[in-house]
Ligand binder design. Structure first.
Ligand code: AMP
Ligand code: GLY
Length: 425
């Protein structure tokens, strides 16, 4: 099969790495890809968001199967356009991608189907939002309805901060149309986990859980980012919690989407709060998490490609995937300044030595090659990933590799998996 992976981050490097290992794959392209992806796939300079460009590329290269990494092209209808062109695709239609592209859509679906989630209201009027916030009190959470690259959520400690956030979003200044409507919801107390399930429109196949670190600095301090590190398994997300999540959250969602005539095909990524009353959904994404995908691909022992194909074509009902019981852990190395302004173009050295550490795979998140040199080309730049029998060993290996990387312009957190270290599952 001739395969095209859309995207160019650490998630897409991990997907390409897994797909390249499949005996079914005869030729692998990635667009736009990056310097690391170029070692396993032929990279082509088409931006992930360029829907028409990606479709044209798939047609020109006679692609049999397209795997879409990020949410933006999915929300813009890339899967629909590929289907119209007769090309098989992993990833949901634009209508099904609304589970990610509209938080209000998902909240209303949860309410209609009794799926556990935080209590909420939707607003387009700032004064009405303010009234609700004052009535509920703080802490309280304000979310822009649409896609905002992970920046559209304000967990407000005070009523004033929440009112201000809602006004800011609804003014259209900060998020444009994505903020034209907001969700105001109850603050959930618990531990967060990410859980993934492959869906074929009718059936859902559980993958595994992981835990992400969204804040930029150690001790979960600093601004929210796309994710500074992840690990799997996460002790908080045990098998019983997984089964409960499948029954009360994932399966009802898949049934509801099918009944609405917008079946969900692709990977459903549930952002969960594990509360005292059990898991509650705080968001859906319609794609793999980054950097969670990197740890998932490390633990996956089966061939990924047939599973992605079954998601696209149906047939997940009797599918089975095997996972390593080892822990996989990834440390993201980001450009200094990320998630705010940062520089591009500095050289990264020592990657070969780092990749030789036992159990380590280095996924590139934002790099480009310049002859033999590898240059930083994004906010999140590397995802240094390690596997080992225990979380402590995986962490030691990952940081040993990080310390062999010579990149003065970068930084990383030193405490990835702090919740799991020393805790018996
Ligand atoms: P989201 O973009 O929905 O993933 O939210 C970003 C972050 O905000 C999450 O990772 C949580 O840490 C936090 N968050 C979102 N919703 C809630 C909630 N209802 N209660 C507490 N924290 C939340
Ligand atoms: N790791 C968070 C995300 O992919 O949205």
């Amino acid at each position: 099969m001739r395969i095209l992976v859309v995207g160019g981050g650490g998630r897409e490097h991990a997907l390409c790495w897994a797909i390249a290992a499949s005996p079914l794959c005869t030729k692998l392209y990635c667009a736009p890809g990056n310097a690391g992806i170029a070692t396993v796939a032929e990279c082509i300079e088409v931006p992930a968001e360029d829907v028409a460009g990606q479709v044209a590329l798939a047609v020109n290269k006679q692609i049999d199967f397209v795997v879409v990494g990020p949410e933006v092209p999915l929300a813009a209808g890339l899967a629909d356009r590929l289907a119209e062109a007769g090309i098989r695709v992993f990833g949901p239609s634009a209508k099904a991608a609304m589970l990610e592209s509209s938080k209000g859509f998902t909240k209303d679906l949860c309410k209609r189907h009794g799926i556990p989630t935080a209590a909420y209201e939707r607003f387009t009027d700032a004064d009405k939002a303010a009234q609700y916030i004052r009535a509920k009190g703080a802490p309280i959470v304000v979310k822009a309805d649409g896609l905002a690259a992970g920046k559209g959520v304000v967990v407000a400690e005070s009523v004033d901060q929440a009112v201000e956030a809602a006004r800011d979003m609804l003014s259209g200044n900060r998020f444009g149309a994505a903020g034209a409507s907001v969700v105001v919801e109850e603050f959930l107390v618990g531990e967060e986990a990410s859980f993934f399930a492959l869906c074929d429109g009718e059936h859902a196949l559980p993958l595994i859980g992981a835990q992400d670190h969204k804040r930029a600095f150690d001790g979960d301090k600093g601004p929210n980012t796309g994710g500074m590190g992840a690990y799997s398994p996460a002790p908080v997300f045990d098998l019983a919690t997984q089964q409960h999540t499948m029954e009360t959250i994932i399966q009802p969602t898949v049934r509801a989407m099918a009944a609405a005539g917008t079946p969900f095909r692709g990977v459903l990524y549930a952002g969960l709060m594990i509360t005292r009353e059990g898991p509650k959904l705080f968001e859906y994404n319609c794609r793999f998490g980054d950097p969670e995908c990197q740890v998932l691909m490390m633990r996956l022992k089966s061939d990924l490609l047939p599973a992605l194909l079954a998601s696209a074509e149906g047939g997940l009902a009797h599918f089975d995937l095997r996972w390593s019981t080892d822990t996989a852990l990834t440390v993201v190395m980001a450009a200094k300044g990320y998630p705010d302004a940062y520089k591009k173009g500095s050289e990264i050295r020592g990657l070969e030595a780092a990749a030789e550490v036992e159990g380590v795979q280095i996924f590139h998140a934002g790099t480009k090659s310049d002859g033999k040199r590898v240059l930083a080309n994004g906010g999140r730049v590397l995802s240094v990933t390690a596997m080992a029998p225990t979380v402590e060993q995986a962490r030691e290996r990952a940081y040993r590799a990080v310390d062999l990387i010579d990149w003065p312009d970068g930084f990383c957190r030193r405490d990835i998996a702090w919740r799991a270290v020393g805790r018996t599952p």
